[in-house]
Design a protein around this ligand. Structure first.
Ligand SMILES: Nc1ncnc2c1ncn2[C@@H]1O[C@H](COP(=O)(O)OP(=O)(O)OP(=O)(O)O)[C@@H](O)[C@H]1O
Length: 669
């Protein structure tokens, strides 16, 4: 493709700020600040520490009861019944003269075992089911009504039936209690996971090609451990009270074995003769319940502190003056693919529909067609709401909920991706097609170090072991020109600057060795100098790896910097396509003309910029003729009478009657 004379200077006027041919700048590294572990964070919560010490003491005394207890649990001394504390019996004796302290130690065993069984059963059932319900609409449709149904079952009736069936086997009852408390926990897990599943980094993990299981396990579960632990602590407290209650009723632990509930029952029976015995037995039960709840609260707070994202420093936004001051040369060999490389992506007549106002379907992109050859760079420009992102998401196979492809095809390596199953489509993400968004920081999981994040992606896509994946992660950080990649690999996302985060996101995108990178406004959130660096990096990577790039942008400067060819989109349609330099120098469509005239980088200093009147019509409100007619300075009756088809040469086409002698609709390519 040869641009007409004058096109190159025009394209150059749009491009970046840095000295010609300057090597890609390595991103400076800031000192990593360590993140204290959960144990250290927990130490900052004195109540939780106290609760932990108390529970640890109860567990140790229960396990080593035969060692620590001064008497056997059934060792009776009828000469010293209902005694108050003495040097021999620190907590006194019961109605058979048995040592209360010793029996409390032995009684802790069935209590703690019962609690453990209930908590384990509840967790094993509820966590996977709650996660599945949150991450899969299909599972949710089954799980939610089932949970409502199970929660209405009266627990005590079931427990009595279990005890009757299993010969008063306490552990069977405690396991049944776990099953009965699981639905409540499922609700908690589902609600917490739904919140996290909406986080950008979870959506990004899908883009990078992670499976549902990996996302649930690595990205969602760690973020919801707080609410899960709090609820498990409540389940444990309920289990302890239930176990005590059953033993109080004489169900469960067989007499004369020691149980906390049985001891409270003894104390109640002897209350008229001596009421001391209620104090140690009641205090142990109450203390353990309170400790469980306090520990749960402390762990939740410590976990939340662990993933709280510190405020990131505000970044300066690009200014018109700074953008206008940019000038750099584009080397002739940049981004030029080999002669006629194969077509990697062919989008043909793509139409996407969403539910519009009143539930009526509304098209958000219509009849979008373009080819992208291996190693080629293609830009999509247009105002906000023109359908650029929707086009990129359709190619990725990640349309938002409710949006559907209702026409056309997306051929990747000749295979129509619109007919692929979900799993096959997901297999393309990260390995064949990768994605970089405008919010790299939001796309990085705050719980993972940079190196851990990239290594995980390498493992998913290559099956490499931990150590080679880690080495490859460091290599990738070097490839995106981060100086001291070893050190950056150990940093957390919140420690990165905006430019570094975008480099990390690009390294993550490269982990699966993609052949197509979709970059959606990759420089929008960065300041001007960093924008230029990132664009230069993308250009360098494109040259080094030979991958194709689809750059979605509202910025002609970015497109001029990176893309050989450009699609101009307006109100869901491609209105012009051709070599970037040609479009910039001689736009065929009035929308491209207006968009370029409104570009600050092409303005004349001191002269007001051109402003296009009106705005982009919303989906569902597109006119039947030219979508741009209402804003077009050249509109004629013919423009609004008929849909306008794309026409032009193989190289340069537009959707405008002015570019051809008649309004006859010409065939699409
Ligand atoms: N989930 C959705 N449901 C319904 N309509 C949507 C949804 N997402 C986007 N749209 C609509 O689709 C149209 C195209 O949106 P899209 O995000 O592709 O535009 P864009 O050109 O990329 O704009 P921007 O630069 O602001 O991202 C817009 O009118 C938008 O309101």
């Amino acid at each position: 493709m040869t641009a007409p004379s004058g096109a190159e200077p025009a394209a150059r006027a749009l491009t970046g700020a840095d000295p010609a041919g300057a090597p890609p700048g390595a991103e400076p590294v800031v000192a990593p600040s360590g993140r204290p572990g959960l144990a250290r964070r927990l130490l900052r919560h004195p109540l939780a520490v106290g609760a932990l010490l108390y529970l640890a003491a109860v567990v140790v005394l229960a396990i080593f009861a035969p060692v620590f207890a001064p008497y056997g649990p059934q060792e009776a001394d009828l000469t010293r019944v209902l005694a108050t504390p003495t040097a021999d019996h620190w907590l006194g004796t019961d109605s058979l003269g048995r040592d209360i302290a010793s029996r409390l130690m032995f009684g802790a065993r069935p209590a703690l075992t019962g609690v453990l069984v209930t908590v384990l059963v509840a967790a094993v059932i509820a966590i996977p089911i709650g996660l599945s319900a949150a991450l899969s609409g299909g599972a949710d449709r089954i799980v939610s009504p089932l949970v409502d149904l199970l929660m209405s079952i009266p627990a005590i009736v079931v427990l009595l039936m279990v005890l009757a069936t299993f010969d008063q086997e306490l552990l069977a009852a405690m396991a049944a209690l776990g099953v009965l408390t699981a639905p409540g926990l499922v609700r908690v897990v589902r609600a917490a996971a739904l919140t996290v599943a909406g986080e950008p980094y979870v959506a990004a993990a899908r883009v990078y090609g992670f499976g549902r299981f990996a996302i649930a396990l690595r990205h969602v579960l760690p973020r919801i451990t707080g609410p899960i632990l709090v609820n498990l602590s409540l389940v444990a407290a309920t289990a302890l009270l239930t176990e005590t209650g059953l033993n109080f009723l004489g169900l469960g632990v067989h007499l004369p074995e020691a149980s906390w509930g049985g001891m409270v029952a003894d104390a109640s029976a002897a209350m008229n003769q001596q009421n001391w015995m209620l104090i140690p037995t009641g205090a142990v039960v109450a203390g353990t319940v309170i400790a469980l709840v306090l520990l749960g609260d402390g762990v939740r707070d410590a976990t939340a502190e662990g993933w709280a994202r510190p405020a990131t420093p505000a970044r300066s936004r690009p200014t018109r003056d700074a953008a206008a001051g940019r000038a750099r040369d584009r080397r002739p060999d940049d981004a030029v693919p080999a002669e006629n490389p194969p077509i990697l992506l062919r989008v043909d007549g793509l139409t996407v529909t969403v539910p519009g106002p009143g539930g009526r379907p509304a098209q958000v992109i219509e009849d979008v067609s373009f080819d992208l050859r291996a190693g080629e760079t293609l830009g999509i420009v247009g105002e906000s709401g023109c359908g650029k992102t929707m086009t990129g998401r359709a190619v990725l196979g990640l349309l938002p909920d409710g949006a559907h492809i209702t026409g056309g095809s997306i051929r990747i390596d000749g295979v129509d991706a619109t007919t692929m199953g979900g799993r096959e489509r997901a297999g393309l993400r990260g390995s064949t097609i990768a994605f970089v968004s405008q919010e790299p920081m939001a796309a990085l999981d705050p719980l993972f170090t940079v190196g851990g994040h990239i290594a995980e992606a390498v493992r998913v896509h290559t099956g490499a072991g931990r150590a080679p994946a880690r080495r490859r992660a460091v290599e990738l950080l070097g490839q995106v020109r981060i100086s001291d990649p070893e050190r950056v690999a150990k940093m957390y996302p919140h420690q990165l600057s905006g430019g570094m985060a975008q480099r990390v996101a690009i390294a993550l995108a490269l982990a699966g060795g993609p052949r197509l990178l979709i970059a959606d406004e990759p420089t929008t959130a960065l300041d001007v100098t960093v924008q230029a660096e990132i664009l230069r990096l993308l250009r360098t990577l494109q040259r080094e790896t030979g991958m194709a790039i689809l750059l979605i942008s509202h910025d002609w400067g970015a497109v001029g910097e990176l893309c050989e060819r450009t699609l101009v989109m307006y109100a869901g349609q491609v209105v012009e396509s051709g070599p970037t330099a040609t479009i910039v120098a001689a736009p065929q469509h009035p929308y491209s003309e207006g968009l370029l005239a409104a570009n600050p980088q092409l303005g004349t200093p001191g002269m007001p910029l051109h402003v296009m009147p009106g705005g982009v019509p919303a989906p569902g409100e597109w006119p039947s003729g030219c979508h741009f007619a209402a804003r077009c300075p050249y509109v004629t009756d013919d423009c609004i009478a008929h849909p306008i088809a794309v026409a032009g040469t193989d190289d340069h086409r537009s959707r405008c009657l002015r570019t051809r002698p008649t309004h006859m609709i010409e065939a699409k390519p």
